[in-house]
Design a protein. Sequence first.
Length: 179
Amino acid sequence: MSFHTGYGGVVLTRGKMSWKVSGPMGVLPDLVAFIPSTIYGLIYSIKPVQIDDNTVTSDLPIAWSIYQWSHSFTIVVILFLVAWYILKAKNHENPKYMAWVFVIPWFFHILLDIPGHTISFFPTPFLYPFSDFMIDGARWSEWWFFWPQAIILGAVWWYILKKEKTHSIEEIADIAALA
């Protein structure tokens, strides 16, 4: 499971939306950018780029063209507005809240990527197309960046499961007390 799926699809939306929707929403910004690039390469017999510490963004021009949009808060706002409109049209009881729940995995993906990419390899253009401002972060492959993220995600996941288990035990005790 990727960090994006873990945070966006499991932690942030747990109990509010199915992980079957929120999990893919957490990784969709990358899939939207890299799957078309991969398909194009396969169709035109372009040798795949080997990703290592020397790989730069310009090595993957099609992915970068799409990535700029898929990693922009502009898309998150558009997705939110579309979801809100659809939910409101279907008379959902809380369309604005559910639209936010729907886009939060995508939004959090971008937030994680801002410090998680260097300027030379897929910096996160979170203000695109209004600004070219990007932050020179660290590569996910750096141990000092990767492991704290893994530990935080694991600790949060452990806390959620423990809280849910405690809550379930209390419900069972309440039902038993009524009997």
